[in-house]
Design a binder for this molecule. Structure first.
Ligand SMILES: NC(=O)c1ccc[n+]([C@@H]2O[C@H](COP(=O)([O-])OP(=O)(O)OC[C@H]3O[C@@H](n4cnc5c(N)ncnc54)[C@H](O)[C@@H]3O)[C@@H](O)[C@H]2O)c1
Length: 250
């Protein structure tokens, strides 16, 4: 088996991009823990991965809760082993005019998107530092690169994720650990469709016109890149912001 069956944690693995990443990693032999605050979704995805022949577990966790994150990672260690790969896809997204963002809304975005990423990265790094091997991919956003109207809170958290990724990369590069961030632009997912349903985002054919590739991205488009960044071959790639956006953000 070699190193193919490394243990991977995917946060937000119950839906969209995280789900596609969990499926891709499992197909390639990884033992996969699907973490999501929607516990039913996490278990459903893990059950599907098992049915397809993979070793997988689902764990319900709110990534913004420090104690819950520690407990979830302990569950993964006990069930699958030390964490070798981490992909952080869990996040909330929405649109609020800047002058209407409440203190509570601001704090919730920070707690889930930025603090949630911090907590999971810190947990995973303790195993990776001991093993002197690790791969982390944070899912940020084009909004964190260039901002987005109505997403002052969301953009700030994603810019924070990009900076956190770069800082950790430099601190851990000499210890066999690589961490990179993938900032999607427009990927067809339940999160995106929800925004379209509530008319916060235009329909698919309008969105596609703003993308040189002429179509929305898929979870699999993101998963293929993430899988490379989690492989043995990617050891010299670290601290990078690597877009998968059909040429929309350059
Ligand atoms: N879809 C896009 O176009 C797009 C664009 C830019 C960035 N992104 C980013 O990609 C990632 C995945 O987005 P998606 O489109 O797959 O969204 P999604 O809503 O389909 O999936 C996100 C998952 O995260 C989970 N989650 C939310 N809050 C959580 C919490 N507190 N604890 C644990 N899990 C939690 C949700 O239950 C859900 O299963 C997010 O980080 C998002 O910001 C997506």
């Amino acid at each position: 088996m070699g190193t193919a069956n490394r243990v991977a944690v995917v946060t937000g693995g119950g839906s969209g991009i995280g789900r596609a990443v969990a499926e891709h990693l499992a197909r390639h032999g990884r033992r996969v823990a699907v973490l999501d605050n929607n516990g039913d979704a996490a278990n459903e995805v893990a059950g599907q991965l098992q049915a397809d022949g993979a070793e997988a577990i689902g764990v319900a966790v709110d990534v913004s809760d420090p104690q819950a994150v520690t407990a979830a990672f302990e569950t993964v260690r006990n069930s699958l082993g030390a964490i070798e790969i981490l992909v952080t896809s869990a996040a909330i997204a929405g649109f609020t005019r800047f002058d209407k963002i409440t203190f509570d809304e601001w704090n919730r975005y920070l707690a889930v998107n930025l603090t949630g990423t911090f907590l999971c990265v810190q947990e995973a790094l303790s195993d990776m530092a001991a093993a002197k091997w690790g791969r982390i991919v944070t899912i940020s956003s084009a909004a964190g690169q260039k901002g987005a109207v109505g997403q002052g809170h969301y953009s700030a958290t994603k810019g924070g994720v990009i900076a956190l990724t770069k800082a950790v990369a430099q601190e851990y590069a000499s210890r066999g650990i690589a961490i990179n961030t993938v900032p999607p632009f427009v990927i067809d997912s339940p999160m995106l469709r929800e925004q379209q349903l509530t008319k916060k985002l235009p329909p698919t054919e309008v969105l596609a016109k703003a993308i040189p590739a002429g179509r929305l991205g898929t979870g699999e488009d993101v998963a293929a890149l993430v899988a490379f960044l989690c492989s043995d071959e990617s050891c010299y790639v670290t601290g990078q912001v690597i877009g998968v956006n059909g040429g929309a953000v350059l």
